[in-house]
Design a protein around this ligand. Structure first.
Ligand code: MCA
Ligand code: AMP
Length: 503
């Protein structure tokens, strides 16, 4: 009985009465049915409630990708809680901020991480620390009670369903608060826009702690009542092998760049229905090479943690390379100048969006939230784009100092603060430059005062920084270029080091 739980009811609707249908083909080649998936999710919900979870309480989760982790996501929703997934790459130092900032009632981690996090959890007021491992083992599942009649906790469209942290260009990470309706509306819009139906099988190889793998991929599968092939991680050869028994793939551009190197891609992709790319810009060249190799035009779409998906190329109609397509149904989009006035078609400006997909605000940061919304409800994305007269949007830059590496966001400021604090460093600038695999690679340009070397810097920052954020290259300069206002000219540095990853 999910009728009182807005998102729960939406996610269950398409599989109601079809309990035997397969939801997920697992790495061991067994299929988990919709009936089993939801029964397990209900058992998890019952456990969370027995542990004292109250509506609106956060369940923070840093666990390896597994089907049990998805059951925990749905279980948290059904229990009226707020799901808060965390990148598995975050170090305890990074985790410490998220936990103390979000004050979860329940924290679920990998059992290897439990000892290191016990004290942190206690200090943050976490009342239960549970474990969930890659194989589904751990204290969360071990403590589940047998299945019994379950009634989902009542939650409405406007209630909080999830918090996802997104780093800030200045200051600390911000928790984007997503409501039941933010998630349900976007899942249903995308399902319909991309034609997902019960007979589809999606290749799921994305991490499940971000919008792309969790909300776009998983929620579309659930709302379509279709199946997915659930991979623990991206593995190009395994994905090509899965294509002949699948219909769709969602990935970041790095997926497509890597898949193009696989033998047998052309034949394997022939029967697929749809390839979707997002989270970072897809190069025209990758789009063209994919079309030549497979006959399929990749469908590129654009979104943000704060807004879910905003635009998409059409399913039927022109999928225009170098563009992120048209605003999705129900999404208002405008391109504005610095003063917030709409610019003429074809002119560059910042993208602003409004709609049921746009988040409720930043967790416990009303001033930050207010700064990023216009009075008429539009959210200022910080992405710079042009919109053609026929509506297609092309992203041409970012007003925010942000690097996107392999689909992961890296905020230079966070790395600069760590490097600047080291003895032997005057100052540094962290930039993103073209990288053949990750799209952009992180480079730290350092003005040093002592005899500190690149390895010293790498090892000094490693404990505080997830692996994907760590610079792939550190270079030393006598001084950083500055403009007349004294601001470091990162554009000059990006030009100087544009080719460092070419080899
Ligand atoms: C791994 N490494 C990385 C990255 N991933 N370095 C920079 N950027 C990355 N993205 C590091 C590893 O730590 C390792 O370092 C080295 O690179 C090689 O790792 P490799 O085994 O090749 O990596 P992988 O495990 O194959 O991962 C690459 C990946 C992965 C599959 C592209 O990064 C990935 O799944 N990305 C998807 C991210 C995503 O889902 N983004 C969606 C965000 P070392 O050898 O030194 O230890 S949601 C979003 O953006 C919005 C809402 C949207 O629009 O979707
Ligand atoms: P995140 O903070 O992880 O939600 O990342 C959102 C950002 O990713 C957006 O603000 C864009 O800068 C970028 N992004 C997402 N999809 C695309 C795309 N298809 N093309 C270019 N940038 C994208």
């Amino acid at each position: 009985m999910y009728s009182d739980n807005h998102l729960g009811a939406v996610l269950r609707a398409a599989s109601t009465g079809r309990d035997d249908a397969v939801f997920a083909w697992l790495p061991d080649r067994t299929g988990q049915s919709y009936g089993t998936f939801f029964q397990q999710a209900e058992r998890m919900a019952a456990r969370l409630l027995a542990l004292g979870l109250q509506p609106g309480d956060r369940v923070a989760v840093q666990v390896p990708k597994s089907i049990e982790a998805l059951q925990l996501f749905v279980g948290t929703i059904l229990a009226g809680g707020v799901f808060l997934p965390l990148n598995t790459d975050y170090t305890p130092a990074e985790l410490s901020y998220f936990i103390s900032n979000s004050e979860p009632r329940i924290l679920v981690v990998h059992s290897a991480a439990e000892p290191a996090l016990a004290q942190l959890a206690r200090e943050a007021g976490v009342s239960q620390l549970l474990t969930l491992d890659a194989d589904g083992g751990g204290s969360l599942v071990a403590g589940l009670a047998p299945a019994s009649d379950f009634r989902a906790v009542s939650r409405g469209a406007g209630d909080l369903a999830a918090i996802l942290y997104t780093s800030g260009t200045t200051g600390r990470s911000k928790g984007a608060m997503l409501s039941h309706e933010n998630l349900s509306s976007n899942a249903l819009t995308l399902r319909d826009h991309w034609g997902f139906a019960a007979q589809d099988t999606l290749i799921h190889a994305l991490p499940i702690f971000h919008t792309h793998g969790l909300f776009v991929a998983t929620n579309i599968v659930l709302t379509a009542g279709c199946a997915m092939r659930f991979f623990p991680r991206f593995d190009a050869a395994a994905i090509v092998q899965a294509m002949p028994v699948s219909t769709a793939l969602m990935g970041v551009p790095t997926f497509y760049v890597r898949l193009l190197k696989e033998e047998g891609l052309s034949a394997a992709a022939a029967g697929m229905r749809l390839f979707v790319s997002g989270s970072a810009p897809l190069l025209d060249e990758t789009h063209a090479r994919w079309q030549a190799a497979t006959g399929h035009a990749i469908l590129e779409r654009y979104g943000m943690t704060e807004t879910n998906m905003n635009t998409s190329n059409p399913y039927d109609g022109e999928r225009r390379a170098g563009t992120v397509g048209l605003p999705l149904p129900g999404v208002d989009l405008r391109i504005v100048d610095a003063a917030g006035s709409a610019v003429p078609a074809g002119e560059p400006g910042v993208i602003e969006v409004r709609g049921p997909n746009v988040f409720m605000g930043y967790w416990q940061m009303p001033e930050k939230t207010a700064e990023e919304f216009r009075d008429d409800g539009y959210f200022i994305t910080g992405d710079i784009a042009r919109q053609a007269a026929d509506g297609y949007v092309s992203i041409i830059g970012r007003a925010k100092d942000l690097i996107i590496s392999g689909g992961y966001n890296v905020y230079p400021k966070e790395i600069e603060l760590l490097i600047d604090a080291l003895d032997g460093v005057n100052e540094c600038a962290v930039i993103g430059v073209p990288h053949p695999d990750f799209g952009e690679g992180v480079v730290a340009v350092v003005d040093r005062s002592g005899d500190i070397g690149a390895e010293d810097i790498q090892s000094a920052i490693a404990p505080d920084l997830a692996r994907y954020k760590q610079p792939k290259m550190i270079v030393f300069v006598d001084a950083l270029p500055r403009n007349t206002m004294g601001k470091v000219q990162k554009n000059l540095l990006r030009n100087d080091y544009a080719a460092v990853f070419d080899a």
